[in-house]
Design a protein around this ligand. Structure first.
Ligand code: I3P
Length: 109
C-alpha cells in the first residue's frame, strides 16, 4: 500500500516524548513494504534513493500496534502507530476509507 499522509512524531524510540520543535505535522509519501513503512518526500523517493537512504526515515511495523486515534480530535481520519521500540506516531489520511485501509493493511501484515 502507498499514498500521501501527514505524520506527527509523539514519542521517540526511547519511549521519551518527542521534543518541541520536532512534533509538527509533515507530509510524506508512504510506502508499506516487507513490514517497513518507508517515508519519502514524494512518490519518486524510492527510485531516487539508495536502500540505506530509504531506511533512514523508515518505521519498522513488526509487532507494532495500529489504532484509529479517536481521542485525537484536532484533525480527522487519524491513526496512531505504536512501534515495538516504543515510538509513537500519528498519521492523518485523506478520508475515512483511506483511514480504514491503512489501519487494516498495517494490522494484517
Ligand atoms: C508542534 C506543532 C504541532 C503541535 C505540537 C507542537 O510544534 O505545532 O502541530 O501538535 O503540539 O509542539 P513544533 O512544530 O515546533 O514541534 P498539534 O497539531 O497536535 O497541536 P503538542 O506539543 O501539543 O503535540
Amino acid at each position: 500500500k502507498k499514498g500521501y499522509v501527514m505524520r506527527k512524531c509523539c514519542v521517540d524510540a526511547n519511549g521519551k516524548k518527542t521534543p518541541f520543535g520536532r512534533r509538527g505535522w509533515k507530509m510524506f509519501y508512504c510506502t508499506l513494504r516487507d513490514l517497513v513503512l518507508y517515508l519519502h518526500k514524494d512518490e519518486h523517493g524510492f527510485r531516487r534513493s539508495q536502500m540505506s537512504d530509504n531506511l533512514h526515515n523508515a518505521i519498522r511495523i513488526h509487532h507494532a500496534l495500529v489504532t484509529k486515534a479517536t481521542d485525537y480530535t484536532k484533525k480527522q481520519h487519524v491513526f496512531r502507530l505504536q512501534t515495538a521500540d516504543q515510538a509513537e506516531y500519528l498519521f492523518q489520511t485523506s478520508d475515512s476509507k483511506e483511514l480504514c485501509s491503512w489501519v487494516e493493511t498495517i494490522n494484517f501484515v
